[in-house]
Design a protein around this ligand. Structure first.
Ligand code: FE
Length: 212
């Protein structure tokens, strides 16, 4: 069995949000998909270790915010690489309440869902949600997981006309964020970046970076 076949599945990048005793919570989800159109239902797979998982299970509600290619990468850093145990993901994240759910600013569209079913797996719960409120917030290209990996994680420049710019980037030293995997290979040598420079994806300082 060649499990690399699984990498050929396509995914988006979404924020899955909910409430914990009146406080907004959320995490990054890649596995979200529409299941039926009438009624509109979507499924999202959430790791049981995620704090948001318990909140969805308790409240029976979740929201999906679709990110765009130009959404702030720090949203992914905050919601995907930090834990609510030691980091308030919503502290510096403006959000609006739509359909009684917290929708972080910067997304492309949102779906508010009531849990109508779930499937247990050893590591994840797949929540089936009926969409009771949704809207498009602005016009932009939806972010795919492939875009996130290729462009935002620094494997190619966001400003490059094509992905062929990879060979140029390879001429520089590469420093990798040990928290989120972002690869820095900018024109300014890593050592010369200011001391208060932070990872553009997850926000940690230079001390978290290792030379590859
Ligand atoms: Fe990082």
């Amino acid at each position: 069995m060649n499990e690399s076949a699984l990498f050929k599945l396509s995914y988006g990048v979404y924020l899955c949000t909910g409430w914990n005793e009146g406080e907004p919570v959320g995490c990054v989800a890649n596995s979200a998909m529409q299941i039926t159109s009438k009624p509109a239902t979507v499924a999202v797979s959430i790791n049981k270790k995620n704090f948001t998982h318990g909140c969805i299970a308790r409240t029976g509600h979740f929201a999906i915010t679709m990110l765009a290619e130009d959404s702030d990468p720090m949203l992914i850093g905050k919601f995907g690489f930090r834990t609510a145990a030691d980091f308030d993901k919503f502290a510096d994240t403006p959000y609006r309440v739509r359909g009684k759910m917290p929708i972080p600013d910067g997304g492309l569209a949102y779906l508010c869902c009531k849990v109508v079913g779930s499937m247990d797996t050893p590591t994840h719960t797949v929540f089936l949600g009926e969409v009771y409120d949704c809207d498009v917030l602005r016009s932009a290209k939806p972010m795919t997981y492939a875009y996130y990996h290729e462009v935002l994680k620094g494997k190619t420049s966001a400003n490059a006309p094509t992905f062929a710019a990879e060979s140029e980037a390879a001429a520089h030293e590469v420093w990798v964020c040990t928290l989120c995997g972002y690869e820095y290979s900018g024109d300014i040598p890593f050592e010369e970046l200011p001391d208060d420079w932070v990872c553009p994806i997850c926000g940690v300082g230079k001390e978290y970076f290792q030379k590859r």
